[in-house]
Design a protein around this ligand. Sequence first.
Ligand code: TXA
Ligand code: MG
Length: 348
Amino acid sequence: MHTNYYKIDPFNPDIAVLTEAAAMLRQGQLVAFPTETVYGLGANGLNVQAVKSIFQAKGRPSDNPLILHIDAVDKLYTLAASVPANVLALAERYWPGPLTVVVKRRPLVPDAVTGGLDTVAIRLPSSLVARELIRLAGVPVAAPSANTSGRPSPTTAQAVLADLDSKIAAVIDAGPCEIGVESTVVDCTTPVPTLLRPGGITYEMLVEVLGEVEIDSTLSGAQAIPKSPGMKYIHYAPLAPLFLVEAEPIAATALLKRELDQALATGKTVGVIVSAELADSLPAEAIAYVYGPRDDTAAIAANLYTALRSFDNKPVDVIYAEGISDQGLGLAVMNRLRKAAGYRIIRR
Ligand code: TXA
Ligand code: MG
């Protein structure tokens, strides 16, 4: 299949291009598009065949449910069997934006979207291109991240093409995504709302609106049956094995140097993902990707997946990453790094 490539201005998108892409979606084809979090792989969310082709293109297990993307808050009522007050409060405060709510579904939502669950995940993105595309398509757009299953999510159209070129009808390129990690997923069907996946809307921001928020047990690393089906599979992994260093800055520097020296001594080619502060103290032989200043979690989140993918075409045998504090957006960053590392964590 030929994949059409459309370059578009993120702030002043060409409506003719979006109209063409929206028509493709309505006809059941797959279109990758930018959102403020990561690029999504879109399909008409009410067309079972189209939704199934998402799973095929990504190599995604069919029991990992998809998010339905809408262009206006009132569309919630067409997909959700009921809209509790706390869901409406979240929507009013954080939509459009990087938040996904899980609610009871209406029967019109296909099983192919929900993996057979009686709930559905819904999100209203803030990206202008995304919202215009969904509006023009006139249907809810099912969209997982536009990567091959298990790989880091794409934050550029180039990363989308690296995984999905010739497997999808089109990709819309509006440049790099602003946030860089996926939306926060909150299950609002539990007595106390449950954070299933940390993301652009932080735990602290959820508590402001909801008062009380439970954190899904799998997020603390404990082995349990994941509530969000997508949580049980390998995720975000670069091609070479990744090890994550979790410690306070001074200890982390020492740990990382020890690991790097050991790996280099055995003749390995080593990649490392670090803060600007730590970059200067690394052995010269290590191939470094600086993800940002240690306290700038927004920059680190925005660069995270590009950092992980940057080693795919370099001859590294192993990669080490410096962890950060898991306050605010750091919780999302650390969640992705722990998974990308397959929980190979180096502590003091
Ligand atoms: O930022 C994002 O959310 C991006 C962009 C494209 O919008 N999309 C995204 O989709 O990250 P995906 O498919 O990669 O992740 C969806 C997550 C998975 O962890 C999935 O298990 C969970 O949402 N999910 C979807 N439906 C659910 C449901 N009914 N109950 C619980 N978890 C659900
Ligand atoms: Mg994903």
